[in-house]
Design a protein around this ligand. Sequence first.
Ligand SMILES: [Zn+2]
Length: 232
Amino acid sequence: MSALQDLLEYQRLDGELRKIDLELNATEEKKKLNQAKVVMRNAELRIAAEDKRAVELKALRDSLIVRADEIAKAIAEYSEVEELVEGGGDVAFYKKSAQQLLEKLRALKQDLTRMLAEVEQLSAEYKKLMEQGKQMNKQRKEYSEKYKEVHARYEDRIQELTQKMEETAKSLPPEMLDRYHQKRKEKIFPVLVPLKGDMCVCGMDLPLAQRNRLAGGNVIECENCHRFIYNK
Ligand SMILES: [Zn+2]
């Protein structure tokens, strides 16, 4: 067999494997398994973000305590306000300073309320995520087992095809095989397509000079879809 014939056979076997892969991916078992994995991954990311926020909130709580202590200290100084005023202190000054303290206290209360609301929201979300994670972990385990059973039904066929591919690969020039796999990585399938009139299967016109290069089992690459074209 020519190298082209071998490569076509290789592609045929590859196509059979690909079909099995698509069939497996379309099964309910695989879909449920993948869904569980995706949801769990997302839940993990969100939990990690919430853990980080919780650390920030702890620091915020500490700073609020410091502010409360400062205000308490300032208020304590007012216990001597009568003596200070009697001694000639400025009442207007103490009034103003008391007003400022009141404003600080109000701001502190606002920040505290905001923080507590966030803590509450965060803890509710956290609980929800943990519950979801637990459920999805159960689903993952369940469908992992079920999918194994489904996969087992294809195993002999997969092995047979893989072996045949390995056999065929032995007679292919390594460079050709590399290029084939490169195309497959680019999600191109089929990689090799027959010339269709004067065109590639994608509709790209091929000038005569290019088509002439197809003689003797040579392949050319389509500039449009990057498939390999051969002449039957
Ligand atoms: Zn093309």
